[in-house]
Design a protein. Structure first.
Length: 333
C-alpha cells in the first residue's frame, strides 16, 4: 500500500528543513505547480512546527501600536513581509484584517505560545468570571514601582497578573512580585505546567499560581491570599494622578491641602502616606475605575475571541476607536 501523498510530503519537508532551514524549504515548495492554497498553507505550518521562532514577529501585531498603524494603511508592508516569511500566499491577505490576525493567532497558539496568548487567556477568564467586562478595567503593562505588571485588572479589588511563558526566565520574579504586592490586593503568576513547580518555590505563599492548558483555559495550582491590608500607601500614591489623589484625600480626610501649587504634590503625598493601607487601596481602585477611555472592544463588538485582549486594552477617543474598528473590517492586502 502506497503512503498518502501528504505523509510523503511531510517527510520530504522535514528532510529539507534539516538541510536548508524552514524559509528556504517553504520557498522551494511554493514554486511547485499544482499546489492549492490550502496545501500550501499546510506546508508552511509543517515548516513552522520545525522552526517556531519564525513566528516571533507575529506577536508584534498583537499590540495597540499595530492597530494604530492600520488606520492609515501603514500595517500592510509589515503583514505582507511576515506572511511571506512564514510561507503564506497573497490570497491569505485578501480578507478582513481581523480574520488575518485570527489566523496568525492560531499559529501562535499551536507553535509559539508567546505572552499575548497568555494575556488573551487571562482576559477570557476575567470575562467568564464576571459575565463580561462591565465595570472592569483591564490595563496592559501597568507601571508598579520599578516594574510593569503584564496584566492589571481592577473591579471590586485590584489584581496583578505576572506571565511567565516557556520563553521566559524566573530570574526577575522575586523583584516583580515584591513590587506588585506593595500596590495590588491579589497577585497571580500565570505560567506553563512545566514552570509551575519552580514558580511555587520562588513565589511567596500568598501569591496565586495558575497554568495555561492545551485548551487555553487557566487552571488554578495555588489560590491567592488577599493582600490589601499590607499594601504601601506610598507606592500606591505614585500610581495615581494629581486629580485622583486630591479627590482621595478629600474623601478620606475631608480636606484639600491649602498650599501653593508647587508644594501640592509633597503635601498630598505626606498626608496620603498616613492613610491606612486598606483606605489607600480603596482610593487606588476608585482612581483606576474613574479612568474612562473608550476601548476598542466597546467600539467593535463582533471580533474573533483571539483579539479580545488586544481590543480590550486598545483605548482612545470614540473617533479613533471607530477608525481602528473600520481598519479591522477592511481587507488586509
Amino acid at each position: 500500500m502506497c503512503p498518502e501523498p501528504t505523509t510523503v510530503l511531510s517527510v520530504e519537508i522535514a528532510k529539507q528543513v534539516a538541510l536548508d532551514g524552514a524559509q528556504a524549504t517553504v520557498e522551494r515548495f511554493s514554486l511547485q505547480s499544482g499546489l492549492n492554497c490550502a496545501i500550501h498553507h499546510r506546508i508552511a505550518a509543517m515548516a513552522l512546527a520545525l522552526d517556531p521562532q519564525r513566528l516571533a514577529p507575529v506577536a508584534l501585531m498583537f499590540r495597540p501600536a499595530f492597530l494604530e498603524r492600520a488606520v492609515t494603511g501603514r500595517h500592510r508592508g509589515m503583514v505582507s513581509e511576515i506572511a511571506k516569511n512564514i510561507g503564506f500566499k497573497r490570497e491569505f491577505l485578501q480578507r478582513p484584517l481581523s480574520l488575518v490576525l485570527d489566523d496568525f493567532y492560531k499559529l501562535l497558539v499551536k507553535h509559539y505560545r508567546c505572552e499575548y496568548v497568555f494575556k488573551n487567556a487571562v482576559a477570557a477568564s476575567v470575562r467568564s468570571q464576571n459575565r463580561g467586562f462591565n465595570n472592569i478595567v483591564v490595563l496592559d503593562e501597568f507601571r508598579a514601582s520599578e516594574c510593569r505588571v503584564d496584566v492589571a485588572v481592577v473591579n471590586g479589588t485590584s489584581v496583578a497578573y505576572e506571565i511567565k511563558t516557556d520563553l521566559d526566565s524566573l530570574d526577575k520574579l522575586p523583584r516583580q512580585l515584591n513590587a506588585y504586592q506593595r500596590i495590588f490586593d491579589e497577585t497571580w503568576i500565570v505560567t506553563t505546567p512545566a514552570l509551575s513547580d519552580s514558580a511555587k518555590i520562588v513565589a511567596p505563599s500568598h501569591v496565586g499560581i495558575a497554568t495555561l492548558g492545551a485548551n487555553l483555559r487557566l487552571k488554578t495550582v495555588r489560590d491567592c491570599t488577599p493582600n490589601n491590608e499590607h499594601v504601601s500607601p506610598e507606592h500606591i500614591f505614585d500610581c495615581m494622578r494629581r486629580e485622583e489623589y486630591v479627590a482621595a484625600l478629600k474623601r478620606f480626610t475631608g480636606v484639600t491641602p491649602a498650599v501653593p501649587p508647587a508644594r501640592m504634590y509633597t503635601e498630598c503625598k505626606r498626608i496620603f502616606c498616613d492613610l491606612a493601607p486598606t483606605s489607600a487601596h480603596t482610593a487606588f481602585v476608585s482612581a483606576i475605575k474613574s479612568r474612562t477611555a473608550k476601548s476598542l472592544l466597546a467600539a467593535h463588538g463582533a471580533i474573533p475571541p483571539s483579539l479580545t485582549y488586544l481590543c480590550l486594552t486598545t483605548t482612545g477617543t470614540s473617533k479613533t476607536m471607530q477608525a481602528i474598528a473600520s481598519a479591522l473590517d477592511a481587507p488586509c492586502a
